[in-house]
Design a binder for this molecule. Structure first.
Ligand code: U2P
Length: 327
């Protein structure tokens, strides 16, 4: 059967639907409980002996030796593995340290493409701003971010580098609901330029994996949340529809979302236009308040889409987005 968004949508179980061919778990949201993961997952940090041994030359008093021995003893308590020998004649002491401070909550950041795209003056093949008539006309995903209650967040935690093969079955949904809007390629955590998806999963997904699981599950969890908390539908139904002439009270937009989802969103604006709506969740995906406050003026616009042009006139309206083009 056709879904409201025109995509194929068929019931496959009580709690699951297929959106655009992607099975989406509708149990996410208030009832969703991810598998308990190992919170104390640890990362290995290599301490090379050749970094430690030169320091011995600086130790001039016999009194320092017990201190050094104590340091080595404490270090060995943390050690899980000692790789001796090695071709280079160095002995490698491998110790473990806590991977990251345990994060407190998630922020689901959704962006309004017309506002985001208004920042850009140039077009490129990977940018969904340049899809002409097919450019996104709904809030799209920016990211699912683990956050701390003090307003900061972890980033670029240990984990595998982005592998597009892992999420190939999600491409349809990702291109539509998590499109790349920027032409300037994001920097990834590995000092390279890469896809928007690579940037988000490497910067944020690696720090969320204790709850979401790794890459594929990070994307799937995020898409599920996005469908469960349909901000576009809530705002359009409340009369907050795209317009280049209307201004809407930011408080009204906030209240519409609060009435629907029982949490106050964080609104982010750019030059008086709504750019992002962020919803916050506990780690069991029940809603909660965000820590950061909205930065919008009292009245905001929700601009209509103005398509950008690719290379002086040719829009990408009839070009299908290829993730390979930006890699
Ligand atoms: O808000 C500007 C950028 O800061 C990063 N951010 C913000 C809030 C938050 O809770 N977590 C977080 O990571 C985002 O960086 P990005 O993912 O775009 O690299 C956000 O865009």
């Amino acid at each position: 059967v056709a879904g409201e968004d025109g995509l194929r949508k068929e019931e496959i179980s009580e709690n699951s639907v297929v959106h655009g061919g992607i099975p989406i778990d509708n149990t996410l949201g208030n009832g969703y409980r991810p598998e308990k993961m190992d919170w104390e997952r640890r990362r290995r940090v290599k301490i090379m002996w050749y970094m430690v041994v030169p320091q011995l030359g600086n130790i001039t008093t016999m009194a320092s030796i017990p201190i050094l021995l104590l340091i080595l003893l404490v270090g060995s308590l943390y050690s899980v593995e000692v790789n001796g020998g090695g071709g280079g004649g160095t002995v490698e002491l491998v110790s473990t340290v806590a991977e990251q401070r345990v994060f407190d909550y998630f922020a689901l950041a959704l962006q309004w493409p017309p506002t985001y795209c208004s920042k850009s003056t140039k077009c490129c093949s990977q940018s969904a701003c340049c899809r002409g008539a097919n450019s996104p006309s709904v809030f799209t995903i920016h990211g699912l971010w683990p956050d701390y209650n003090d307003g900061s967040w972890p980033s670029c935690c240990s984990g595998s580098a982005f592998d597009e093969v892992e999420i190939s079955t999600l491409f349809g949904a990702l291109e539509q609901y998590w499109p790349t809007l920027s032409c300037s390629k994001s920097s990834t955590c590995h000092g390279k330029k890469g896809l928007f998806w690579a940037h988000e999963v490497e910067k944020h997904g690696t720090c969320a994996s204790s709850v979401t699981g790794e890459e594929y599950n990070y994307f799937l969890t995020t898409i599920n949340l996005y469908f469960t908390y349909n901000v576009t539908e809530v705002l359009f139904e409340a009369g907050y529809v795209p317009s280049n002439s209307e201004k809407y009270p930011a408080g009204g937009i906030s209240s519409a979302i609060e009435n629907a989802f029982h949490t106050t969103p964080q609104l982010i604006c750019l030059n008086g236009a709504l750019e992002e709506v962020r919803l916050c969740f506990n780690k069991d995906f029940t809603v909660r308040e965000c820590v950061a406050k909205s930065d919008c003026p009292d009245y905001v616009s929700l601009p209509e889409f103005a398509s950008l042009e690719l290379n002086g006139g040719t829009t990408t309206a009839d070009r299908s987005f290829s993730y390979h083009e930006s890699s």
